[in-house]
Unconditional design. Structure first.
Length: 223
């Protein structure tokens, strides 16, 4: 594929990418990243109505806990809370600890898509940019599902206008990542269907490749 022109990533992001790549080798689920300004044809993720997303209950009848937070879909060992630094389109850092989002798989930074105008562009970079625009600097709570040397696997949430938000669910429902049933057991299947039916993210393009196929990992994600 031939990429279209994109804005050059900042040096700060480039250093984060280098660090995140070590996590990829260790976890086998992290994508590398740099952020750019290539555009999807669908409306930007920041314009999505997250409250409506929750009201539509695309996660089904999951329920909340006694503290008004989303009920965790998986058991975790401990919690990390703090301001998020976005590293890739499925990886972030809180207090210097790298966390790969549980239950999903984001596009690889080098992946390209074909727009409906038959233009090739770096959709992997765009996905990372949208994620950063939405959650960079936000206070997140992440339940650590599995510990790793370079990164941990975690389920993260935050609050938006008083409503609890599943960060991974937002990424998938925005069309920038995919349900990974080998981890999630289908937890993010509904958000992925919502993204597809809503023509969001990569679903607004004429063609893309699933990240596990791009990485030649077979059925590593269970699909």
């Amino acid at each position: 594929m031939k990429p279209i022109a994109c804005k050059t990533a900042s040096r700060k992001i480039a250093r984060a990418v280098s660090a995140a790549s070590r996590a990829a080798a260790a976890m086998a689920v992290i994508t590398t990243a740099a952020l750019s300004g290539a555009a999807f044809s669908a409306k930007p993720a920041a314009a999505l109505d997250l409250e409506k997303m929750l009201q539509d209950r695309i996660f089904g009848d999951r329920g909340d806990d006694a503290r008004g937070r989303l009920r965790a879909p998986v058991q975790y060992q401990r919690e990390i809370t703090g301001q998020a630094k976005i590293l890739t389109n499925d990886t972030l850092s809180i207090n210097g600890q790298r966390i790969v989002l549980w239950g999903l798989r984001g596009l690889n930074i080098n992946q390209e898509c074909v727009s409906r105008n038959d233009v090739r562009f770096k959709c992997g970079e765009r996905a990372g940019l949208e994620f950063a625009q939405r959650f960079e600097g936000r206070t997140l709570q992440c339940g650590i599902v599995a510990e790793g040397r370079y990164a941990h696997l975690g389920w993260c949430t935050t609050a938006d206008r008083g409503q609890p938000v599943d960060v991974g669910g937002w990424v998938v429902s925005s069309g920038f990542a995919f349900d990974c049933p080998s981890q999630s057991r289908g937890y993010y299947a509904n958000p992925e269907r919502a993204a597809k039916s809503g023509d969001r993210g990569v679903w607004s393009t004429a063609g893309f490749e699933y990240p596990w196929r791009y990485q030649r990992e077979g059925d590593a994600c269970g699909r």
